[in-house]
Design a protein around this ligand. Structure first.
Ligand code: FE2
Length: 235
């Protein structure tokens, strides 16, 4: 019923009460890609973002960090392990309406304008022009930490990407370290439309760091790198 846990690193605290889990996803023969989960802690409660199932040892580590009470889906395509987390931890599930790539579990709370998140210093950013739901979170601490799913990605290294994937990546649009997910952009852009206005709105946010669902953490230079990525994507 549930997807099995796939290889991953230990959970790392990358900023105070912000934890990154670098893991992976098997995509087919010889194809493994990086896939990350972020955890935010507030008052002893954990919120998981872009869920990635953990090994037994990984779950023990997570449980030492706090009680996992909330699960947030940011991206339409990252829901493989959501049902597992809801069942395993009784987490409250937050998702946008119409996130149907993984229709189970249904959201307990809809991520929509004005929603009150379970974290006091976090804002929700909703893409408005995409063909399927996508959003991001802005943690208003440490000069701003942007948490994305597939929209903005940073590939500072290719940990957990199989050799075949590494060879393929430049040919399918992964040509720079910080980028707008090329396959995601193609799929999410409406016919004869553009997502540029959404990304210009995203750039109005104040953030220095990027934590995303693929690749690696980008510290300090995330706003400039995202600005350059947007320019490249829409030139
Ligand atoms: Fe993805």
């Amino acid at each position: 019923m549930y997807a099995t846990a796939q290889p991953h690193d230990p959970i790392t605290e990358v900023f105070p009460d912000v934890f990154l889990l670098r893991g992976s996803m098997h995509m087919g023969r010889g194809m493994r890609i990086s896939r990350n989960m972020t955890l935010l802690r507030h008052a002893g409660e954990l919120t998981a973002i872009n869920a990635v199932r953990l090994s037994h040892a990984g779950e023990e580590q997570l449980e030492r960090l706090g009680k996992l009470n909330h699960l947030i889906r940011l991206g339409n395509f990252h829901g493989l392990d959501d049902r597992y987390y809801v069942d395993r931890y009784g987490a409250r599930f937050w998702s946008q309406a119409g996130s149907r790539h993984y229709s189970d579990p249904p959201p307990d709370v809809l991520l929509e304008p004005g929603v009150s998140l379970p974290l006091p210093d976090v804002d929700l950013f909703l893409f408005e022009l995409t063909r399927r739901p996508e959003c991001a979170l802005l943690v208003n601490r440490n000069d701003g930490i942007l948490i994305t799913c597939d929209s903005v990605q940073h590939w500072g290294d290719h940990r957990y990407c199989s050799p075949l994937v590494r060879v393929m990546m430049p040919f399918i649009g992964f040509r720079s370290a910080t980028l707008i997910g090329p396959l995601w952009l193609k799929y999410m852009t409406p016919k004869e439309g553009s997502l540029e206005a959404d990304f210009q709105r995203l750039l109005e946010l104040r953030f220095a760091h990027l934590v995303n669902a693929h690749g690696s953490l980008l510290r300090d230079t995330a706003h400039a790198a995202t600005t350059a990525a947007v320019k490249r994507a829409f030139r």
